[in-house]
Design a protein around this ligand. Structure first.
Ligand SMILES: [Zn+2]
Length: 235
């Protein structure tokens, strides 16, 4: 099964921002919606056969996320969060309420960030509602979007409860703010743990195959092979 990468950033038009996991059993589609002044890559992911969908990291700009859902004609059943930062989770409570669906994740270690979302908003001049997920995720959990199975990897360091979502069948993942094209997540907040993040990247992500493609929380998508060759933070 192969995934073809499209542009994952640089425009606010969701229509040209899809890439597809091609395979005999599963047709997984992804639209990226850049949200918040931080241009966070909110991902709308769906199973083309059933149109069952999930939104990962609705950081804000909820009307634009709803417009993308309407445009694609999918049925969003879940919201998943990689971590508790405002640009990833700031719109989760509002979107969950509007769609009547549940919020899952990240790790319970990020509860202090999610319950302090309004406070985080004040720091950045953004409006956001506190977020109380319906359930938390932990290492080894799985969830499905239609027939696509995602494995949950706990990759702490950027935040204590940061989770990464990988779909081995499609060779595709949503990595949040852990690994970026030629970079890694920031670790300068008081609760960060830089060595733990690098350890998680090396032991859980860099063991994936070269052609494993992933969406980053910000900027363009990449592959494990590209990072293995050129990312200066993980040499
Ligand atoms: Zn973050």
């Amino acid at each position: 099964m192969k995934i073809r990468l499209g542009k994952a950033a640089g425009t606010r038009d969701t229509s040209g921002l899809r890439f597809m996991a091609r395979g005999s059993k599963m047709r997984l589609q992804i639209a990226i919606i850049q949200v918040t002044p931080f241009e966070q890559n909110c991902a709308l992911i769906w199973d083309e056969d059933s149109k069952a969908a999930a939104v990962i990291d609705p950081g804000g700009d909820v009307p634009r996320i709803l417009a993308a859902i309407q445009e694609t004609g999918v049925e969003v059943k879940d919201i998943f969060l990689t971590h508790g930062h405002i640009d990833h989770a700031g719109g989760a409570a509002e979107l969950a309420e509007k769609l009547g669906i549940k919020i899952t994740g990240p790790g319970i270690e990020d509860e202090f960030l999610l319950s302090g979302m309004a406070e985080q908003g004040k720091m950045f001049g953004l409006q956001a509602r506190d977020c109380a997920p319906d359930s938390w995720l932990k290492e080894g959990d799985t969830f499905t979007i239609g027939s696509a199975v995602f494995n949950v990897l706990h990759c702490p360091g950027h935040t204590p409860g940061h989770m990464v979502f990988v779909n081995h069948a499609a060779n595709f993942g949503v990595f949040g703010d852990v690994l970026f094209r030629n970079s890694v997540g920031r670790t300068d907040f008081p609760y960060c743990d830089g060595p733990a993040m690098i350890h998680a990247i090396k032991t859980k992500l860099m063991i994936l195959p070269d052609d494993f493609a992933f969406i980053c929380g910000h900027g363009v998508a990449s592959t494990i092979g590209a990072e293995r060759r050129s990312n200066p933070f993980i040499r």
